[in-house]
Design a binder for this molecule. Structure first.
Ligand code: ZN
Ligand code: ZN
Length: 212
C-alpha cells in the first residue's frame, strides 16, 4: 500500500512528493526543495519516518521540479530517472534560474531513461510510466493502478492544465496527452499534480474548462 506525502517548495510553489510503503522504501518525485530549510524539512521527514529512498524520479525537468535533484543525489546517492526527451530541458535549467533570480547547481550524475509502459517496482507495489508530453517534450506521469492514483506533474491541474508557452511546449500535444493517457484512467483515480491541490480524473472530465 503506497502513501504519498506532498511538500510545497520554492517560490514557484511546486509540489514535491515522497511515496512510500510498508517496506520503508520510497520514491522522491520532483524534488523542488530550493532553500536550506526546505531541504532540511524533506530530509527530516524521510529520516524520522525511517524511510530508505530508492528512486529519484522527475516527471519533467523545469527548474521548479529539479532544484533539489543534486541535493537528493548527494544525500542518498540516487541516480536521476527521467525521459530522454527532457535532457535539453534539464540542461537549460540553470540558465533559466539565473534569469529568474533563482540560481542553482544542476544535477550532473548519471541518467536512467524511462519510457512509456516501464514499471517502477517498490516492494509489492509498482508505478507504470505514462508518456504525457505537451507541457514539456518528455513529460511523463507515474500511475499506480492498484491504488488508483497518478503523480501527474504539470499536465492536469484542478480545473487547469499545464502551460505550453515554454520551450518544447505544444498545446495540442498537451490536450492529446490528457485525453489519451489520463482521461482513459478510472474516474476515481486521484491526480497528485505538480502545483495546487489534488483532484480526480472524473472531476476534471466534468469541470475542467480546457477539456470541454
Ligand atoms: Zn513544468
Ligand atoms: Zn511546475
Amino acid at each position: 500500500m503506497l502513501t504519498a506525502t506532498s511538500f510545497t517548495f520554492n517560490p514557484l510553489q511546486e509540489n514535491t512528493y515522497v511515496v512510500h510503503n510498508e517496506t520503508g522504501e520510497c520514491c522522491i518525485i520532483d524534488p523542488g526543495c530550493y532553500f536550506g530549510n526546505e531541504r532540511n524539512e524533506l530530509k527530516e521527514y524521510i529520516q524520522t519516518s525511517g524511510l530508505t529512498p530508492k528512486y529519484l524520479l522527475n516527471t519533467h525537468c523545469h527548474l521548479d521540479h529539479v532544484f533539489g535533484n543534486k541535493f537528493i543525489h548527494d544525500t542518498w546517492g540516487l541516480t536521476l530517472h527521467l525521459h530522454e526527451k527532457e535532457i535539453p530541458v534539464l540542461d537549460q535549467g540553470p540558465a533559466f534560474g539565473l534569469s529568474w533570480g533563482l540560481p542553482f547547481d544542476n544535477y550532473k550524475g548519471d541518467l536512467i531513461f524511462l519510457r512509456e509502459g516501464d514499471t517502477i517496482p517498490l516492494g509489492n507495489d509498482a508505478f507504470r510510466v505514462l508518456f504525457t508530453p505537451g507541457h514539456s517534450p518528455g513529460h511523463i506521469a507515474f500511475y499506480c493502478q492498484a491504488q488508483q492514483f497518478v503523480l501527474g506533474g504539470d499536465v492536469l491541474f484542478l480545473e487547469g492544465i499545464g502551460r505550453t508557452d515554454l520551450p518544447g511546449g505544444n498545446f495540442d500535444t498537451l490536450i492529446a496527452s490528457i485525453r489519451n493517457q489520463l482521461f482513459i484512467l478510472p474516474e476515481d483515480t486521484v491526480v497528485f499534480p505538480g502545483h495546487g491541490p489534488q483532484t480526480t480524473i472524473g472531476y476534471e472530465k466534468k469541470h475542467n474548462p480546457f477539456l470541454k
